[in-house]
Design a protein around this ligand. Structure first.
Ligand code: PBG
Ligand code: ZN
Length: 334
């Protein structure tokens, strides 16, 4: 053949033609903006691992939620930083806990904004694990984790937290702990508390990732001993992510999540193809920090890198993206 019969470049000639044939759309309405609300804080405090993101007082969380809403972002996800932590993470299920207070305040000021509450104990426990601890039987053997999280004892506390958050007005509760059976336990507790309309966003495929480092600095929630590999997933496993997701569907999840996003685009696609639920990807603090650092150093153009990354996450199969870039992206997309 002496000439190309198919000219791929024909549809790339103008901005308008490229727009017409674009397969993946990214808009502010796909984004969820995370907020860190700190009990007892005055004003704001920058988070050094996540440039551009602050810890917020209760009042500032309402201001920041309003700023997101004004940019067309439909939802925020709340993380609480309590003034006091204890072994049982009691701040998580305190009806006047920081997330409960922030939920009420934000819903009062911005009723149309969707408030999602992250549901876990690690920000509230003094040891930083996502559940209550059980000492290992006998002397811990070599290679065994020094601490074990008690699955079923934790389920009760998660269920209490879910009911408390939903009563405070959370539109969606989002368990991020990775205990077995939590979706079923939370669904049952919500239904019994007459909260059967509250949807559950399950952090189904949550990998044990280095990408959570910046977040743990923000939430002061790094485990004091051991790590989270006894409950979060091994980054090497894909079939297991599909299995976790299908289990969560069976237990009553309304939305599923893959977290982190960028190193796990194949998982997003596999879970999307294996289920029919709305799929949320969490573009984590580590992904945000890498890009912000590269942009600050002048290695990459921030705007095009962010929009490319978010578009890639959508193309992989995510319907919704939780991202610290949400406010910037929403501005760039209008
Ligand atoms: C709590 C929780 C974490 C994140 C969301 N919920 C941290 C963790 O599991 O250590 C991570 C968010 C991020 O990295 O941006 N379980
Ligand atoms: Zn946790």
């Amino acid at each position: 053949m002496a000439f190309p019969t198919t000219r791929m470049r024909r549809l790339r000639t103008t901005h308008q033609l490229r727009g017409l044939v674009r397969e993946t759309r990214l808009t502010a309405s796909d984004l969820v903006y995370p907020l860190f609300v700190a009990e007892g804080l005055e004003g704001r405090e920058p988070i050094w691992t996540m440039p551009g993101i602050d810890r917020l007082s209760l009042a500032e969380s309402v201001v920041e939620a309003g700023a997101a809403a004004a940019l067309g972002i439909p939802a925020v996800i709340l993380f609480g930083i309590p003034a006091q932590k204890d072994g049982a993470g009691s701040g998580a299920y305190d009806d006047d806990g920081i997330v409960q207070l922030a939920t009420r305040a934000i819903k009062r000021a911005h009723p149309e904004l969707i408030v999602i509450t992250d549901l876990c104990l690690c920000e509230y426990t003094d040891h930083g694990h996502c559940g209550v601890l059980r000492a290992p039987a006998g002397d811990a053997r070599e290679g065994e984790p020094p601490v074990t999280v008690d699955n079923d004892a934790t389920l009760e506390l998660l269920a209490r937290t879910a009911v408390s958050q939903a009563r405070a007005g959370a539109d969606i509760v989002a368990p991020s702990d990775m205990m077995d059976g939590r979706i079923g336990a939370i669904r049952e507790a919500l239904d019994e508390a007459d909260l059967s309309d509250t949807p559950i966003l399950a952090y189904s495929s949550k990998f044990a990732s280095a990408c959570y480092g910046p977040f743990r600095a923000a939430a002061d929630s790094a485990p004091a001993v051991g790590d989270r590999r006894g409950y979060q997933m091994d980054p090497a496993n894909g079939a297991e992510a599909v299995r976790e997701s299908l289990l969560d569907v069976e237990e009553g999840a309304d939305l599923l999540m893959v977290k982190p996003a960028l190193p796990y685009l194949d998982i997003i696609r596999r879970v999307k193809d294996a289920t029919r639920l709305p799929l949320v990807a969490y573009n984590t603090g580590g992904e945000y920090a890498m890009l912000k650092a590269a942009a600050a150093a002048g290695y990459m153009d921030e705007r095009s890198a962010v929009l490319e990354a978010l578009t890639g996450i959508r193309r992989a199969g995510a319907d919704i993206i939780i991202t610290y870039h949400a406010k910037d992206a929403a501005q760039w997309l209008t």
